[in-house]
Design a protein around this ligand. Structure first.
Ligand code: ADP
Ligand code: TRP
Length: 344
């Protein structure tokens, strides 16, 4: 399926169609990082301008791997604060914590009863997580079924995510299709969506940036440690006066993903990689440019985050309001599904 099969490249529906509903989530399993922002969060911020939006903190999902209650409690609130700081506007987006919409777990059960073992077996996240040393619990194994419930519960049309989540959206479509085939048209089939400039963002070691690899860059980190972190990004040993390949360099790829391909600063940086100016251009210069660009790009978000952190009641109020709205929608879907399958 094409990333934009039901929407154009800006995520807008054809004018004759009703306004699509977008839904996505992020796990509170660690500090939000630039990869999350580039692959997922920035699309959510852009799309909320024109779409009806639902974004949630996937706390039941995080419970599959996070076993410290205080850590989980803190992370749910912290991710919500970070999302608002990065531009998720509670006046436009229904922002909630998954645990405040417990109806999704009921829906997950109904869906699990039409999920063949062979489909659950295909889930790459279970294999990935257990390979990384996480306990092989049943929640981790059935994770994609809960994710399908998250998606189908609010009748979402589009699920904007990073590339690694495509399989989960496909599983949600499969489960919706199976349930509909058995019981009639209960669920809408959602489409996934990638950011038009989507790339898997590398971390400081050049691998995919991920919380579980310890290679992330935190856009909210204090300036000094942030600069140190950026200076530690891997690079090869090409001398300053020699041309360098920007596409294989993590510093450049991060710069391009954040500033944008068409940004004059990206174009200028690319030129310096390919044709170093007199006096040379080394990776240290590129890293300094990345550091400065990040500070500028996230200046407003950093200020907003500090304000939100000074007033914890505000984020609790936002999450409570969001959950109230989401629950009504999910309850209606669960009731429809119950009636269809004979549980009325
Ligand atoms: P992590 O791998 O750090 O645990 P998550 O699984 O919580 O990240 O991902 C949350 C969202 O961010 C998903 O939509 C995912 O596709 C996106 N994402 C995560 N890492 C990256 C990356 N390195 N590049 C692009 N998108 C990413
Ligand atoms: N599995 C997603 C991740 O790790 C988080 C998630 C849970 C999600 N439920 C979702 C994403 C529903 C989109 C839609 O990133």
């Amino acid at each position: 399926m094409a990333a934009t099969s039901r929407v154009d490249s800006q995520g807008k529906a054809p004018s004759s169609a009703p306004m699509p509903r977008i839904l996505s989530g992020i796990q509170p399993s660690g500090q939000l990082h630039l990869g999350n922002w580039a692959g997922a969060v920035r699309q959510w911020v852009e799309l909320q301008e024109t779409q009806e939006s639902f974004i949630f903190v996937a706390s039941y999902h995080a419970l599959t791997t996070v076993k410290k209650p205080e850590e989980l409690r803190h992370a749910v609130r912290q991710i919500a604060v970070d999302l608002v700081a990065l531009g998720i506007d509670p006046a436009r987006t229904c922002l909630y914590a998954q645990q405040d919409v417990p109806e999704v777990t009921e829906l997950a059960w109904l869906l699990s009863c039409v999920c063949p073992m062979s489909l659950a077996d295909k889930g790459v996240s279970f294999k990935d997580k257990t390979a990384k040393g996480f306990e092989a619990n049943l929640g981790l194994y059935t994770y994609p079924i809960l994710q399908a419930a998250d998606i189908l519960g609010p009748d979402s049309d589009i699920v904007p995510v990073g590339k690694d989540q495509i399989q989960h959206i496909e599983i949600a479509r499969d489960l919706a299709g199976k349930f509909n085939a058995l019981y009639g048209e209960v669920f809408k089939l959602p489409a996934w969506r990638l950011h038009p400039e989507s790339d898997v963002l590398p971390g400081i070691d050049g691998q995919k940036m991920s919380k579980s690899y310890g290679n992330t860059i935190d856009p909210f980190q204090d300036e000094k440690p942030l600069r140190k972190r950026i200076m530690s990004i891997v690079s090869d040993s090409t001398p300053v006066d020699q041309p360098k390949d920007p596409d294989s360099d993590a510093t450049f790829r991060i710069f391009r993903a954040v500033a944008g391909k068409a940004d004059p600063r990206t174009i200028e940086l690319e030129r310096k990689y390919r044709e170093p100016p007199a006096g040379g251009f080394g990776y240290g210069h590129a890293k300094q440019a990345l550091f400065e660009m990040l500070l500028e790009r996230f200046a407003a978000a950093r200020t907003r985050r500090a304000q939100l952190m000074a007033d914890p009641a505000e984020i609790d109020r936002i999450l409570a309001q969001g959950a109230q709205r989401a629950r009504v929608l999910v309850r209606a879907t669960v009731d429809r599904a119950r009636r269809a399958c004979g549980l009325a």
